[in-house]
Design a protein around this ligand. Structure first.
Ligand code: PLP
Length: 374
């Protein structure tokens, strides 16, 4: 990113596909709700657990959309899902405890786990398995010290959606073990081709072992609002609420009122954005197939393409450096998401098709030059 900024200072126009955020503005009805809340004086501290009306709205949403029963006391409002990850990992992992993390997977998890002094064990999501979890491999990583398994579905950076059968197998695997499941569902509403998102909390016996994390950033184009939530049995909410109290004193008050309207007054906004992402995904996949030495699997959700660059002979870092220097297109090296990401780059397609098309043209040209020079 710094390198990108330095090039821009030199006058280069960089097409930046590194950010994992919608290019849509937050829907108007949500912005209006925040303005109304401000004008209504929702400007003092909110309750540490979060505004009760929002927790009730989330409880209703979890029931109607996910078939999950959480009462409002089992919900904690957080400063985005990132903060939810922090609260859960810091509250339940001690030094030396083991956490199983998906590799490739969202970069924040290993950083927070390290901060807690936990030992990270990666479970690989491999291309040959369609980037799905290999249960027998995951099982090999479970020891007496395993305290937590993180699931990210749909996954960032690879866009895979964990199948319900896999969740059932995971439930069986952890049945008599004291292992907490951290279920990151932030891309829940961004899935394609009938790949419906399922929470592991839906599986019999799992609700009481699951810390469900979700938020508004991706589905409602609200990254800058910093609004998320945790749903979990109240004995898990309690320590996280205490940590929330001493780290943030709660989430911005008026923003929480906008969160209520996000759910309750939604018409078709999430679907419209999702359909647009799907168009872009289909476009980018068809175009990448035409570029020499690049390939990718069709992501089932989120808004990233994990492009296989192994045939270029470059490492993912070197490829990213080459493409930014030669094509002025910024991508994220797959190695940033774990060892399993080496040989790939992440391309976020939450951008207009015109920009995606220009970037792909430039990348294709740059690869042609690479072929000539080699
Ligand atoms: N979880 C995953 C898997 C993500 O990819 C991201 C952001 O990229 C987050 C959580 C962060 O979400 P939030 O903006 O709600 O903190």
């Amino acid at each position: 990113m710094n390198y990108c900024k330095a090039l821009e200072k030199q006058g280069k126009v960089i097409l930046d596909f590194t950010n994992g955020e919608p290019d849509f503005d937050t829907p108007k009805y949500i912005k209006s709700a925040a303005v109304k809340a401000l004008n209504d004086g929702k400007t003092g501290y909110a309750s540490i657990v979060g505004v009760e009306e929002l927790r009730k709205a989330i409880s209703k949403k979890l029931f109607s959309e996910n078939n999950l029963n959480y009462n409002p006391d089992e919900i904690l409002i957080t400063n985005g899902v990132t903060h939810g990850i922090f609260l859960a990992v810091m509250s339940f992992l001690n030094e030396g405890d083991e956490i199983l993390l998906p590799d490739p997977g969202y970069t924040v998890y290993p950083e927070i786990a390290k901060f807690a002094g936990a030992i990270i064990k990666a479970y690989r999501l491999k291309r040959e398995n369609g980037f799905q979890i290999d249960i027998s491999e995951l099982q090999k990583n479970i020891t007496s010290k395993t305290k937590m398994i993180a699931l990210i579905s749909p996954n960032n950076p690879i866009g895979s959606v964990i199948k319900k059968e896999t969740l059932a197998k995971l439930a069986k695997l952890t049945k008599n073990k004291e292992i907490l499941i951290l279920s990151d569902e932030v891309y829940e509403k961004i899935t394609y081709d009938g790949n419906k998102h399922h929470s592991i909390a839906e599986i019999k016996g799992m609700r009481d072992k699951t810390i469900l994390l979700n938020g508004f950033s991706k589905s409602y184009a609200m990254t800058g609002w910093r609004l998320g939530y945790i749903a979990a049995p109240s004995h898990y909410i309690e320590p996280m609420m205490r940590l929330n109290s001493i780290t943030t004193s709660g989430v911005n008050h008026f923003i929480q009122w906008a969160g209520i309207d996000a759910f309750e007054k939604e018409k078709d906004e999430c679907n419209i954005m999702r359909n647009e992402y799907k168009k872009r995904r289909d476009y980018i996949i068809s175009e990448i197939c035409k570029i020499d030495k690049l390939s990718c699997l069709k992501p089932e959700g989120a808004f990233y393409i994990f492009v296989n660059i192994q045939d270029t002979g470059l490492s993912s870092e070197d490829f990213v450096k080459y493409i930014i220097d030669v094509a002025s297109v910024a991508l994220v090296p797959g190695s940033a998401f774990g060892e399993g990401g080496e040989g790939y780059v992440r391309f976020c397609y939450a951008k207009p098709i015109s920009e995606i098309s220009e970037a792909l043209k430039r990348i294709a040209e740059a690869i042609k030059k690479l072929n000539i020079n080699n």
